[in-house]
Design a protein around this ligand. Structure first.
Ligand code: SF4
Ligand code: SF4
Length: 376
């Protein structure tokens, strides 16, 4: 359960045997939630509808490196022995493409503006990682608690139930320990699970989770199980080899706007925008009108955009970031610098996705280190 600041109150963790994970899914369905969770599809672990616990990727792991993602087999039956897939929570809440409102011409010639708010059903997400909870908190800050709350995001967000799973198998690209966002989830979840060989240590994070777990009649986790869970998290943090030079690179980045490294990275960068698509915190978008051919209606749509796209910096006849050097510089200085002014922290939660899914393997930690590592 949470205290008034959203941090979980101390409550003795429970033990959920692996054979009873289905009972948790069933309880969520009885409580009115549709469950989604990690599924193995087309060679990647992605979110999909989860009716049965047996649909989870048991015995599967991921092997990630700059520009490379593969799945492999593990010897054990664990279901969460992998780091993260290409998706975060972002597409579930901030839709890649949606109609915000549409206008229709009335018979008297006037225009009627009709909001297109989404239908959002209660949704339970199983297997959320700590880095993605940290990204969600940043999106909440922007979409819910800014000057104007976004009703599209808010509607989906209000229906979310989050079952986190603490990371025990970080990828080679992960660096959440250095940003302070993982590998263990500390707040923002309803339930957090630590997977052991025979089941899960379950920590309750909300009133509604408390009621749900009480219905499962679980035994308390033993001190040995709790300490094994803690050991796993510590080991996962120690296993991470990448890190950023500092959690706050604002001064160092803005002092390095003319560093020759921007031109060097631009020689490799394709300006494809993969990094911003997979990034759980990036939320740039464009809005545009889509009028019908007969002029009787028009839809106002929003879709993801990227600071790597040419049109992203187009304004009044001028593209003010005309080349890859200035676009990459914009991305990094905003993500690791400007976010401190806007949100009080860096925009990077250390998930490592931009490293893995960059087609040429550009590594944000390497670039940050090269540009300002010695200055922090
Ligand atoms: S910048 Fe890269 S490592 Fe950081 S949150 Fe975004 S995708 Fe993850
Ligand atoms: S850094 Fe990599 S993923 Fe990002 S735009 Fe450049 S080539 Fe694409």
């Amino acid at each position: 359960m949470n205290d008034p600041e959203g941090k979980p109150l101390e409550e003795a963790p429970l033990f959920l045997p692996a054979s009873r994970l289905q009972h948790l899914l069933d309880a969520l369905v009885r409580a009115g939630f549709r469950c989604i969770g990690p599924r193995l599809r087309d060679g990647a672990i992605v979110y999909g509808v989860l009716d049965r616990a047996t649909e989870l990727p048991a015995g599967v792991t991921d092997i990630q490196a700059p520009g490379s993602y593969r799945v492999g087999r593990t010897e054990g039956p664990r279901m969460f022995a992998w780091a993260n897939g290409p998706q975060a929570l972002k597409p579930l809440l901030f839709s890649p493409h949606e109609d915000l409102w549409h206008a229709e011409r009335r018979l008297d010639g006037g225009l009627e503006f009709i909001p297109d708010l989404p239908n959002a059903d209660p949704l339970a997400v199983i297997g959320v990682r700590a880095c993605d909870l940290a990204a969600l908190a940043l999106h909440d800050q922007h979409f819910l608690h800014g000057a104007y709350a976004d009703p599209y995001y808010a509607r989906r967000r209000s229906e979310l139930f989050l079952v986190a799973v603490n990371c025990s198998h970080p990828a080679a690209t992960c660096f959440c320990a250095s940003t302070g966002d993982g590998p263990c989830a500390t707040c923002g979840f309803d339930i957090a699970l630590d997977e052991l060989d025979d089941g899960f240590v379950a920590t309750c994070g909300s009133e509604r989770a408390h009621a749900l777990l009480a219905g499962l009649d679980l035994a308390p986790a033993t001190p040995e199980q709790v300490s094994e869970a803690r050991r796993q998290s510590e080991q996962a943090a120690q296993a991470q080899t990448r890190h950023l030079p500092s959690r706050n690179l604002r001064e160092a980045l803005f002092a390095n706007l003319e560093n020759p490294r921007w031109a060097e990275v631009a020689e490799r960068c394709l300006s494809c925008g993969n990094c911003t698509s997979v990034c759980p915190t990036c939320f740039c978008h464009r809005e545009q009108e889509q009028p019908s051919l007969d002029g009787s209606s028009s839809a106002h749509t929003r879709e993801w955009n990227s600071c790597f796209a040419r049109d992203h910096s187009y304004i009044h006849g001028l593209t003010f970031r005309p080349d890859t050097r200035t676009r990459y510089r914009q991305w990094l200085t905003h993500k690791l610098g400007g976010w401190h002014d806007q949100f009080g922290r860096s925009g990077c939660v250390g998930c490592g996705r931009c490293i893995t899914w960059c087609p040429v393997g550009i590594d944000i930690t390497e670039e940050a280190m090269a540009i300002c590592g010695s200055r922090t």
